[in-house]
Design a protein around this ligand. Structure first.
Ligand SMILES: [Zn+2]
Length: 356
């Protein structure tokens, strides 16, 4: 018993101590109780000491000669089941028997245990935080089999996998959903490749449309519009001339007032008509000669990440809308800009058709 305390203070851990005790053939408290009860000596190959047994001895206040009562509560109504009581309700009585362990040593061990427990907790929390930091798709990645969220987990060898949330809950009694498991590294690579292709295609298409616009100034469609503008302008001046001639005719009494009003109305209508057609054609001509640019926000995002060669959380935030995992290498990645992208491709096709 004494040696367990000194081994622990020497810096040996629970499993190390347990191994030592098993090797030395020391009976664990559990086996000791069994031996007292049945009188049967446990087999030498049984390895009764484990981390938990060692820790329990190290925390056993009986070793100091004190006793604690009221740790458990037994109720006959609950079939004599033991229930743990809160520590504040325990009754600590000093010197109920002869102690084997010095109180000071016992206290040292207690503070060391607490220190280690807290350090472990802290490390564990940091670990969880670190895993979360690796997940670029929080709230965006789903299982294609059952619709659950995919969660990121780290294997013992350090590899990260996205696994179906139903599988993580499986241990606590949930339904199992197998086969929806993807290595983070592969998924991130594919997401990066997709974003890079997207950025490159968008910039190329934008440039292509700009070039088509510039070229179209000297090309059929632009020239046709130009011709139409000239024709409408000539027509406009012809009708305006006729309208003013009409007034002269009327003032020289070559036509009646009735005729003047009638023709004047016809010419006015025609002038309005031509003016509105001219507006339409001029607007079309402006559209053809204008420089083309994709939507500003979209363009800014692309220019920010264009040179990046590694996927980052910020990049995934900016581009990824959702990911659905169907299988090991089978997943759908939807980008935030997929709709604008489709519109852009449509525009490009229209332009190509026009310039033919
Ligand atoms: Zn699933």
């Amino acid at each position: 018993m004494k040696s367990i305390f000194s081994m622990y203070m020497d810096g040996r851990n629970y499993s190390d101590i347990a191994r030592q005790l098993n090797k030395d053939g020391v009976l664990s408290p559990t086996l000791q109780r069994k031996f007292y009860k049945t009188g049967e000596k446990p087999l030498p190959e049984s390895k009764p000491w484990n981390n938990y047994e060692v820790k329990r001895v190290l925390q056993d206040v009986h070793c100091t000669g004190d006793s604690v009562f009221g740790k458990y509560q037994q109720s006959v109504f609950q079939g004599n089941k033991q229930r743990n009581r809160p520590e504040s309700e325990w009754v600590h009585v000093e010197n109920t028997h002869e102690g084997i362990i010095d109180r000071e040593l016992f206290q040292q061990v207690q503070s060391k245990i607490q220190e280690y427990t807290e350090a472990y907790k802290k490390k564990h929390q940091q670990n969880n935080g670190a895993i979360r930091n690796h997940n670029f798709y929080i709230g965006k990645i789903w299982c294609g089999g059952c619709g659950n969220r995919m969660t990121l987990s780290r294997e013992r060898n350090g590899t990260f996998f996205y696994i179906c949330g139903a599988n993580t809950n499986h241990k606590s009694g949930g339904k199992q959903c197998k086969g929806h498991r993807v290595r983070k590294e592969y998924l991130d690579d594919d997401v990066l490749r997709l974003i890079q292709t997207h950025m490159k295609t968008v910039l190329d298409t934008e440039k292509m449309i700009q070039e088509m616009n510039a070229a179209s100034k000297n090309q059929t469609q632009y020239l046709l519009l130009d011709k139409e503008v000239g024709k409408l302008r000539r027509e406009l001046s012809r009708i305006s001339k006729r309208k003013s001639d009409l007034y002269e005719d009327y003032s020289e009494r070559l036509i009646t007032e009735e005729e003047y009003i009638q023709f004047s109305r016809i010419y006015s209508n025609e002038i309005e008509n031509i003016k509105s057609r001219l507006d339409t054609v001029l607007a079309a001509q402006v559209r053809y000669s204008q420089d083309y640019h994709i939507e500003e926000g979209w363009g800014n995002v692309i220019h920010t990440y264009m040179s990046k060669r590694k996927l980052t959380k910020e990049m995934a935030d900016a581009f990824v809308d959702s990911i659905i995992i169907h299988g090991k290498y089978d997943y759908e990645i939807k980008l935030v800009y997929d709709d604008q992208f489709a519109d852009l491709q449509k525009l490009k096709k229209e332009k190509e058709a026009q310039s033919r």
